[in-house]
Every structure is written in structure tokens, then in C-alpha cells.
Design a binder for this molecule. Structure first.
Ligand SMILES: NC(=O)c1ccc[n+]([C@@H]2O[C@H](COP(=O)([O-])OP(=O)(O)OC[C@H]3O[C@@H](n4cnc5c(N)ncnc54)[C@H](O)[C@@H]3O)[C@@H](O)[C@H]2O)c1
Length: 313
């Protein structure tokens, strides 16, 4: 397939671009580099340095080549920042996706894979978090992602768009050969921050909340290895059905606590990694784990506990 990837210079997009190339697909990365990195775009992918808000650049890009599918990773994803700057999130995550979908409609591209998030569920009353639980996002970030899912459902009816939304839990890990990995600025994710302590770039790691109703009192989350995510995208793009919208959780089904992650990092790096207990962060989900896996027509993920274990940092 000839696949157009927005955000392919970012963490998950670049890992997916690499996996698609290895599987024999043609890949074009469209990225403004607002948070991404040019060297992360895999060799063999065509690169277009442009903004999604630039409708003309988008139209030219989609006209120049005939694409079979679009994978849409480009977005802002810092939950805390989305509370401070909601309109920047609505503009980039929703208005710019609207531009992309308009251009796809105009140029006859009918397959779409969307990077959604477990943040669409908010703080669910029950576990495991399965796809048909109520959607009640508690952050502007989660609202923007859920809004795009609604847009995709409307487009399925109106012009036959086929789309799959993958609702990721927490992406983690790097390419096994070390060529690609996570590089956000500022970094907000636990594992790279923990490793910065081991590298001597931070004194300690704050543990926000030590009184949660979990076995060790720290927050539990479900971490999915970035290569497993890439594989889920590969399967999703092949499974998209014209005129249908589907959504799947993508996680391992096993949560790890913050203290378990730190213990694993200590074991791997042989560094003491001091912790700094801190109060709970406001309005963050207490437990974000427990996806039952993928309900529905296709199973997109091969459960790979080895690759997705926190020992594989
Ligand atoms: N990282 C996670 O744990 C996680 C969890 C759930 C969902 N997601 C979703 O996955 C997607 C990718 O996340 P990531 O961690 O790889 O983020 P990232 O910041 O590493 O990558 C995003 C990429 O999109 C590009 N981009 C952003 N806005 C753009 C625009 N307007 N025009 C062109 N390019 C633009 C950036 O330059 C960057 O290369 C996001 O949509 C995010 O919401 C991520």
C-alpha cells in the first residue's frame, strides 16, 4: 500500500513508518517537526516538511501521489498543557484533522487509522476498561480525541470513509537496535524520566501519590511497547472496511505501578534511582489499566508480554 503518515517524525509515528517499510509498504511522512525530529524519519520514507493547518500544502501532497491510506499521528498530547491551553489543542487535534479529512475526501483517500487514546474514557467506574464503556473524557486532550472519533463516524456515513481508531494506553520502549525511541521536550512520560535519573541528568524521580488503593500505593498504568503499537497499526490499516468506523483499545491488559517501573529500571541500570514522594496530581486517573484486550471483528495485537514488559526499557 502507499501510506501517508502525519506525525511520522514523532515517537510512535516513526516506529510505525519503520514497520510499514519493513512490511513492504510505501511511506510518505508529513510532519511540521513541531515536536518531532527529522532524523527519526526512517530511510526509505519520503518526507514532506509541512503543517496540517496549511491546507494548500496538504492538497498538493495528496494530489501528487495516489495514497491508499492515511495514518494520523500528528497531534499535541500533553494532558496537563491541554488544561492550560485548550484552544491550541482544539486547533491542532481537531481543526487540523478536519483539514486532513477534507483533503482526503477531495482526493479520494478512503482508509484512515487514527491515534486515539484511553483518555477518551475519563475515569471509568469499572475495570477492565473495555471499548464500550461510556466515553467521558476529563481533559481537553481527551475531548479533542473523542471529537475526532465522532467526525470519523460522520464521514463513514457521508462519504464512505473507513477508519479505525486505536485507543492507546501508555506507549513505552524503543527500537531493539536503539535506532528510534522517545524524545519529547518537555518529556512527560515516566519511563524516560526515570532513565534520566539513571543517566545522572536528574537527581530523583517524583512519585505523585503514594496512597492510592493499589498494592504499593502508587498509580498503576498499562504500558504498551511502541513496536507492538506499530504492529497494531499495520494490522489496522489492512483491516479497515469502507464506510465503517471501529475503535480498539491497545494495551497489554496488565498494569504496572510507578514503583514497579522504578524497581525494574533499578534492576536493569544498577542505579539506585532515588524517589521523591509527592502528593497526588489533581484530576489524573487513579488507575489506567486493565484493558480486556481487543473486542470486535479483528484482534489487532498479538499479546507480547516479553516486548511490552517494563523490564524492556
Ligand atoms: N505517547 C503516548 O503514550 C500516547 C498515548 C496515547 C495516544 N497517543 C497519540 O499518539 C500520537 C503520537 O504520539 P507521540 O508520542 O508519537 O507524539 P510525538 O509528539 O512524538 O509525535 C507527534 C508528531 O506530530 C507532529 N505534528 C504535531 N502537530 C502537527 C501539525 N499540525 N502538522 C504537522 N505535524 C504535526 C510532530 O512534529 C510530531 O512529529 C498522538 O496523536 C497522541 O495523541 C500517544
Amino acid at each position: 500500500m502507499n501510506i501517508f503518515i502525519t506525525g511520522g517524525a514523532g515517537y510512535i509515528g516513526s516506529a510505525t513508518a519503520e514497520a510499514l517499510l519493513k512490511a513492504g509498504h510505501h511511506v510518505t511522512v508529513y510532519d511540521s517537526l513541531v515536536t518531532g525530529h527529522r532524523p527519526a524519519v526512517p530511510e526509505g520514507a519520503k518526507f514532506i516538511h509541512a503543517e496540517l493547518s496549511d491546507s494548500l500544502a496538504l492538497a498538493i501532497a495528496l494530489k501528487e501521489d495516489k495514497y491508499d491510506a492515511v495514518m494520523h499521528f500528528a497531534a499535541f498530547l500533553n494532558v496537563g498543557e491541554s488544561v492550560q491551553r485548550p484552544l491550541a489543542y482544539w486547533r491542532n487535534n481537531v481543526a487540523n484533522t478536519l483539514n486532513l479529512l477534507e483533503s482526503m475526501e477531495a482526493h479520494g483517500v478512503r482508509r484512515f487509522v487514527f491515534s486515539s487514546t484511553c483518555a477518551v474514557y475519563g475515569q471509568p467506574d469499572e475495570l477492565p476498561i473495555v471499548e464500550d464503556l461510556p466515553k467521558a473524557p476529563i481533559s481537553p486532550y481527551g475531548c479533542t480525541k473523542l471529537s475526532v472519533e465522532w467526525m470519523l463516524q460522520n464521514c463513514a456515513v457521508a462519504w464512505g470513509l473507513g477508519s479505525i481508531a486505536l485507543r492507546y494506553f501508555n506507549a513505552a520502549g524503543a527500537a531493539e537496535d536503539g535506532s528510534l525511541g522517545e524524545d519529547h521536550d518537555p518529556e512527560i512520560h515516566l519511563i524516560p524520566l526515570v532513565l534520566r535519573v539513571a543517566l545522572g541528568q536528574r537527581e530523583s524521580i517524583p512519585v505523585f501519590g503514594t496512597d492510592y488503593p493499589t498494592p504499593d500505593g502508587s498509580c498503576i498504568r498499562d504500558y504498551i511497547h511502541v513496536d507492538d503499537l506499530a504492529e497494531a497499526h499495520l494490522r489496522a490499516v489492512e483491516a479497515v472496511q469502507p464506510g465503517e468506523f471501529e475503535a480498539f483499545n491497545v494495551g497489554t491488559g496488565r498494569g504496572y505501578s510507578v514503583l514497579e517501573i522504578i524497581a525494574a529500571a533499578r534492576e536493569v541500570t544498577q542505579h539506585p534511582i532515588p524517589i521523591d514522594p509527592a502528593p497526588r496530581r489533581p484530576s489524573h486517573a487513579i488507575v489506567e489499566s486493565g484493558t480486556r484486550g481487543l473486542a470486535g471483528r479483528v484482534r489487532l495485537i498479538r499479546y507480547n508480554q516479553k516486548r511490552s514488559s517494563p523490564n524492556n526499557l
